[in-house]
Design a protein around this ligand. Structure first.
Ligand SMILES: [Zn+2]
Length: 279
């Protein structure tokens, strides 16, 4: 039995707080097409610049009791929440996998998914920086950290094609980019054709390509199924409770897909195993 990774997980937690703090900047600025580098952070209400000591992840929010030092207006709960979520998942991933490139891959994936959860929830936007940029990052990882899937193995095997492990992993990633996103796009296209209204944004399709690049076809399909079920259930309840207009309410589908993708990345291998055992 290896030593428990307490120190490593604690460091990952602190690092996650910093990354979460940067994600908050991306969540606010990318949907507005602003740079994430300059200007320095400022209060969105009174535009006073935020001093470094008021910009410490989690701690500053607690010390300021969730209010801007300048104008006293409330700071969104999203800031500490994104920092805590990122830190918690980073610590959990390092605890499970140790300190290695595999953990780096899953930390990058989860960080992007957390950001997408909130840009879609707040702005109904899934920025290309995360979806398309993330697809490229997932593909770039695939020769080095093997994609946990068998779809490409099965399909290429039927065609009598066989590549070394790294090549097969790139194939799994490519299949993951194309198949689930393609299925979702086709579903949305048919819905629009027959119902005459837009059922889903292209951002959702691009996000599925990103998830597939990291997790392969099965992980992405698990994401689609879990995200759709959770989205329609919770969406229905929300519409009923808040008496929203069913016709015009736009569900943040990307938020549910992102949450489902985190679930698929963390619990996916176990769920797929359990399901395969049932067959
Ligand atoms: Zn202020």
């Amino acid at each position: 039995m290896d030593e428990p990774l307490v120190l490593e997980a604690a460091l990952a937690f602190v690092f996650g707080l910093l990354i979460g703090s940067f994600l908050n900047v991306c969540i606010y600025r990318w949907p507005l097409d602003l740079s994430v580098v300059s200007p320095r952070s400022q209060c969105p209400q009174c535009e006073a610049p935020i001093a470094w000591f008021d910009n410490i992840p989690l701690l500053s929010y607690l010390l300021l009791r969730g209010r801007c030092r300048g104008c006293g207006k409330g700071i969104s709960y999203r800031y500490p929440l994104v920092e805590l979520l990122t830190a918690g998942f980073f610590a959990w991933i390092v605890w499970q996998l140790g300190v290695n490139w595999g953990a780096v891959k899953y930390c990058i994936l989860v960080a992007m998914l957390i950001a997408l959860m909130f840009t879609d929830l707040e702005e109904r936007i899934l920025p290309d920086e995360f979806t398309l940029g993330g697809t490229l990052i997932g593909l770039a990882f695939s020769p080095f950290i093997l994609v946990p899937d068998i779809t490409a193995h099965a399909v290429l095997g039927l065609l009598g094609l066989k590549f070394p492990d790294r090549g097969m992993s790139v194939a799994e990633s490519l299949f993951g980019v194309i198949l689930p996103a393609g299925t979702l796009w086709l579903g949305g296209y048919l819905f629009e054709k027959f119902r005459g209204k837009e059922g889903l944004g292209l951002g959702d399709v691009k996000m599925m390509a990103m998830v597939g690049a990291f997790l392969g076809v099965r992980g992405a399909l698990l994401t689609l199924i879990a995200g759709s079920v959770a989205g329609s259930l919770i969406g229905m309840i929300y519409i009923k409770l808040t008496k929203q207009d069913m016709g015009s309410y736009q569900l943040p589908f990307g938020t549910f897909l992102a949450a489902a993708a985190i679930f698929a990345a963390m619990a996916g291998p176990k769920v797929i195993q359990w399901y395969s055992a049932l067959l």
